[in-house]
Design a protein. Structure first.
Ligand code: NAD
Ligand code: UDP
Length: 348
C-alpha cells in the first residue's frame, strides 16, 4: 500500500548498500509499494547486476559512493536504511579496517544525513553482536560474547559501535533510529563467491564438486529467507512509535551445517562428496534467534521454511550459473577504499 509522508506525498527512501543481496530485494519492495528509492553503493561486495532491472524505473536513482565519504542529497528524504557493509566473513575480513570504518564512519555519515533531513533511520545490525553466544537462543537483552581483538572483531565490534551511535542519537532526540539484529539470511542474488555457507554449498553442489565444511559441521545456524527479512525490516522502519530497543529478525529454525549440506545435496542431481577443513577462529558454535520481541512489536514472523527457500535459491543459482559469468560492477578496492585517506597504512 502507498505510504505517504508528512507532506502527503509518496516517500523518498535512501537505501545504502542497495546493490547488495538484501538491499536489492529491499529496493524492489519499496518501489513496489510506491516509494521513490535512492540507492547508494560502492559495489565493493554488491553488484550493479542486482539493480540493473531497476535502472530505468522512474522512481529509482543510483549513486555510486562509499558511505565513509560525506554524502548530501538535495531532495527531502523520509527514511534511510543503512545496509552498507560487507557481510560474509571472508569479505569483511579482506579489508578489516575498511569494514570497521564503514560501520563507524559510514553509519555516522548516514546518521548525520538523517538528522539534516529529519528522516527515520534503520541500521542493519547483526546476530554477530552476540559473538560466540554463551546464552541460547539469543534474546535482545543478552550482551554477547565477542572477542574484541579477533579476526571477526572488525565486523562484530563495528556493528556494536554502530548500534551505540544509533541509540545515542535516538536518546539525544537527534535521529529516529531503529536497529534490527539480522540473523543468517539467504536467497536469490547471493553472490556465488561470497564465501557464505549457503552459496558455498550450492555452487559446488551444482558443479559436481565436493562441499567444504569447517570443523565437525555440528555448529548450528538459523536461516531466514530474504523476503521474510525484508518484510521485517520494513515493518520495523514503519513502526510508530519507535520501540527504542533492538529487534532480532531471523528464522528460529536451527540446523547444523551438516544438516544444511545434506538438504542441499538432496536437491541437486548427482551426489557430491564432503571435505572437512579446520574451523575458523572464533566461529560461533550455536546461533538461534528468540523472536518474541519481533512477534509482539511487529506482528512479524518468518513464513518460508528452509526446505522451501532452498529450492528457490538452488533454482536461482542454477539459472544464474548457466548464463554467462555475471558482470561485476567493478570499482577497484584502492579507488574506493576510504582507508586510503582515513587510515592509510604507512608508506615506505
Ligand atoms: P552484501 O555484501 O550483499 O551487501 C552489502 C552492500 O553494501 C553491497 O552492495 C556493498 O557493495 C555495499 N557496501 C559495503 N561497504 C560499503 C561502503 N563503505 N560504502 C557503500 N557501499 C558499501 O551483504 P548483505 O547480505 O546484503 O547484507 C546487507 C546488510 O545486512 C549488511 O549491513 C550486513 O551486515 C547485514 N546483515 C546481513 C546478514 C545476512 O545474512 N545477509 C546477516 C546479518 C546482518
Ligand atoms: N562454513 C562451512 N563451509 C563453508 C562456509 C562456511 O562449513 O564453505 C561454516 C562456517 O564455519 C560457519 C557456518 O558455516 O560455522 C556459517 O558460516 P557463514 O560464513 O555463512 O556465516 P557466519 O554465520 O559464520 O557469519
Amino acid at each position: 500500500m502507498l505510504q505517504v509522508n508528512r507532506r502527503g506525498k509518496a516517500k523518498t527512501v535512501l537505501v545504502a548498500g542497495g546493490a547488495g543481496f538484501v538491499g536489492s530485494h529491499l529496493c524492489d519492495a519499496l518501489l513496489g509499494r510506491g516509494d521513490s528509492v535512492i540507492c547508494v553503493d560502492s559495489y565493493i561486495t554488491g553488484s550493479l547486476d542486482n539493480v540493473r532491472p531497476l535502472t530505468n524505473h522512474p522512481r529509482f536513482r543510483l549513486i555510486e559512493k562509499d558511505v565513509c565519504q560525506f554524502l548530501e542529497i538535495e531532495e527531502p528524504l523520509d527514511q534511510i536504511y543503512n545496509l552498507a557493509c560487507a557481510a560474509s566473513p571472508p569479505q569483511y575480513q579482506a579489508d578489516p579496517v575498511h569494514t570497521m570504518m564503514t560501520c563507524v564512519a559510514g553509519t555516522g555519515n548516514l546518521l548525520a544525513l538523517a538528522e539534516r533531513h529529519g528522516a527515520s533511520f534503520l541500521q542493519a545490525s547483526t546476530s554477530e553482536v552476540y559473538g560466540d553466544p554463551a546464552e541460547h537462543p539469543q534474546r535482545e537483552d543478552y550482551r554477547g560474547n565477542v572477542n574484541c581483538t579477533g579476526p571477526r572483531a572488525c565486523y562484530d565490534e563495528g556493528k556494536r559501535a554502530a548500534e551505540a551511535l544509533c541509540f545515542d542519537m535516538l536518546r539525544a532526540g537527534r535521529v529516529d533510529a531503529r536497529v534490527p539484529r539480522i540473523f543468517n539470511t539467504y536467497g536469490p542474488r547471493m553472490q556465488a563467491n561470497d564465501g557464505r555457507i549457503v552459496s558455498n554449498l550450492i555452487v559446488p553442489a551444482l558443479s559436481g564438486k565436493p562441499l567444504t565444511i569447517y570443523g565437525s559441521g555440528t555448529q548450528t545456524r538459523s536461516f531466514c529467507y530474504v523476503s521474510d527479512l525484508v518484510s521485517g525490516l520494513i515493518a520495523l522502519m514503519d513502526l510508530r512509535p519507535n520501540p527504542g530497543v533492538p529487534v532480532n529478525l531471523g528464522n528460529p529454525g536451527e540446523f547444523t551445517i551438516n544438516e544444511l549440506a545434506q538438504m542441499i545435496r538432496s536437491m541437486v542431481p548427482g551426489r557430491t562428496g564432503i571435505v572437512y577443513k579446520p574451523l575458523p577462529k572464533d566461529d560461533p558454535q550455536r546461533r538461534r534467534p528468540d523472536i518474541s520481541r519481533a512477534r509482539e512489536l511487529l506482528d512479524w514472523q518468518p513464513t518460508v521454511q528452509l526446505s522451501e527457500g532452498l529450492v528457490s535459491t538452488v533454482e536461482w543459482f542454477a539459472n544464474s550459473l548457466a548464463r554467462r559469468p555475471r558482470r561485476q560492477a567493478t570499482a577497484s578496492r584502492s579507488h574506493l577504499n576510504p582507508t586510503a585517506s582515513l587510515m592509510a597504512p604507512a608508506q615506505g
